[in-house]
Design a protein around this ligand. Structure first.
Ligand SMILES: Cc1cc2nc3c(=O)[nH]c(=O)nc-3n(C[C@H](O)[C@H](O)[C@H](O)COP(=O)(O)OP(=O)(O)OC[C@H]3O[C@@H](n4cnc5c(N)ncnc54)[C@H](O)[C@@H]3O)c2cc1C
Length: 495
């Protein structure tokens, strides 16, 4: 079967020989037995199993009309609104499993690849080989159910050095040699979430505008297996706990981020999707409607996460005996309002979906961009609610070991709730703590703020899908005044 199960996912990751650094040492044991990765890998494995279980197989997979094979639905390039709804149901099932805490559940990258594939035809005008490479790569990932990560962002210092550097020595990732059988790439990418626990990595450089195309060495896209010779992964410190009681979230959902270094790596020719001209990369993303297809997945994740926080804030309010207070009603109704808003935006994106030039259905971008614009600040607002309700209870929290110790009787006596045992009360606040003030929660907060770009990028994305002319003309007409030249202003906002 083309869809893999959890065991196959784990075995493939363990089989890879990747060069990976963690806390000053290379890891030379199966990642599924390493405390920094095993919780996440177990969760991912359970998610892949859902593609095989009889209760969910119909919603998680589809049967190809072309070859009769079953594939993961997250790879399905939608041909109708019904397909978008099927995709959403699949994404909901996975999101309910990880409660929105996995930014890189498999459907995110599978959707990314699918969106690029829908625009593969445009590569023909640059080089038919690229079109062939991307199409075949999509088929390969779909038929092998490949788990992917991705990198875009290059080292900070490269933002300047790229303009002036020497082709061999600079730190900006670039093509340093072109050979018959591929290109040699050298340099680093800053951050790939889940990089080490994936089969392959999709690399899209984000070069500064340049006068060098069509031979710009900084402009390229390709995908390669993680254990290609010359690749190195350097992990940040892990935020994962090992006990589900002490660290209920990080012990399951900690997605390790890694820096990815290419040290004179030969990228095989059949894995190159474009080269030398940054305009091609931009077109692939915009004409593949990446932000719409991925935005549909992201919004589904937002909804699952909001529902989880709603449940948690409600349970904490009960625990603190303030469930009937006006302040609680205000908080809960604020979350319910946003939840309805997010669900409506998703529905709107599906209802207003339209086919692209190739007949693939694209969720409407405006509602999806609006959701992304709202969510990072709303997410922080919910974290503020957690902190407010929980107060010192987020801090004075013994562990499972403390409860099992000789001091356990004191803890059970003095830390019990009104109707709950100390053990259950502590479990609830430990969950709130991980999210509201712990390192796992801090990363989640930063993720929600930046994973789709910085504020400036998000804002200009919104500007690009709207024209303000209609609205300003309304005011001009209302006041019966002359029409000023606003074009210059608008342009500077869009760039
Ligand atoms: C938890 C997490 C996981 C991530 N995972 C991945 C991943 O898997 N793959 C991947 O490729 N990337 C990943 N990223 C990176 C993400 O794509 C970037 O963080 C994002 O694109 C912003 O880029 P940056 O971090 O370089 O910040 P910058 O773009 O450098 O922004 C830094 C600050 O400067 C401001 N700024 C920048 N330019 C301007 C300007 N011209 N005018 C005014 N202000 C400006 C920004 O608004 C921001 O406040 C991840 C990020 C996080 C936090």
């Amino acid at each position: 079967m083309a869809v893999k199960n959890g065991k196959e996912y784990t075995e493939r990751i363990n089989r890879q020989h990747i060069k990976i650094w963690y806390q000053g040492k290379t890891i030379d044991r199966p990642l599924s037995s390493h405390p920094a990765f095993n919780g996440l890998m177990k969760t991912q494995a359970e998610m892949y199993d859902m593609q095989h279980q009889k209760e969910t197989i119909e919603q998680m997979t589809f049967q190809s009309v072309t070859d009769g094979e079953r594939y993961g639905l997250s790879f399905l390039a939608p041909r109708s609104r019904e397909d978008l709804v099927r995709r959403r149901i699949m994404m909901e099932l996975w999101a309910e499993k990880h409660h929105g805490f996995l930014g890189r559940s498999p459907d995110y990258m599978n959707t990314t690849l699918m969106s690029l594939y829908t625009a593969a035809h445009l590569l023909r005008e640059y080089n038919p080989e690229y079109e062939d490479n991307l199409t075949k790569y999509y088929d390969y990932c779909r038929s092998q159910d490949i788990t992917l990560s991705h990198v875009f962002i290059q080292p900070f210092a490269s933002r300047l050095s790229e303009l002036v550097d020497d082709v061999q020595d600079s730190i900006t990732a670039k093509v340093i040699d072109r050979k018959e059988n591929g290109i040699v790439v050298n340099g680093a990418f800053m951050m790939a979430t889940q990089a080490a626990t994936c089969d392959e990595i999709l690399v899209f450089s984000t070069p500064l505008p340049s006068m060098l195309e069509p031979d710009n060495p900084y402009a390229f896209a390709f995908a390669v297996p993680n254990d290609l010779e010359g690749m190195t992964f350097i992990c940040r410190e892990s935020y994962s706990g090992t006990s589900h009681y002490d660290h209920p979230l990080s012990s399951r959902f900690e997605e390790m981020d890694a820096m990815v270094i290419f040290d004179h790596v030969l990228i095989p020719r059949n894995r190159i999707f474009y080269l030398g001209d940054e305009e091609i990369g931009e077109r692939l993303f915009s004409e593949g409607n990446f932000h719409s297809h991925a935005g549909h997945q992201v919004l589904t994740r937002y909804i699952a996460k909001t529902e989880f926080l709603l449940g948690l804030i409600s349970a904490l309010s009960d625990e603190q005996n303030i469930a009937l207070e006006a302040v609680t009603r205000e908080r809960i109704s604020r979350i319910l309002t946003m939840l309805e808003n997010l669900k409506s935006l998703r529905l709107a994106s599906e209802m207003m979906a339209e086919p692209d030039s190739q007949g693939y259905y694209v969720p409407a971008p405006k509602p999806l961009i609006a959701a992304t614009m709202q969510y990072s600040s709303f997410y922080q607002e919910m974290l503020g609610m957690l902190q407010d309700i929980s107060s010192s209870n987020l801090v004075m929290l013994p562990s499972e070991t403390d409860l099992a110790s000789d001091a356990g009787d004191f803890l059970r006596l003095y830390l019990k709730g009104q109707d709950t045992s100390a053990r259950d009360r502590i479990a609830l606040f430990r969950l709130a703590r991980e999210l509201a003030i712990g390192p796992f929660g801090g990363r989640q907060k930063q993720f929600e703020r930046f994973f789709f770009g910085n504020t400036r990028t998000l804002t200009s994305r919104m500007y690009k899908v709207y024209s303000l002319d209609k609205y300003t003309a309304m005011i001009d007409e209302f006041l019966q005044r002359g029409k000023p030249d606003r074009l210059a202003n608008e342009k500077s906002l869009i760039d």
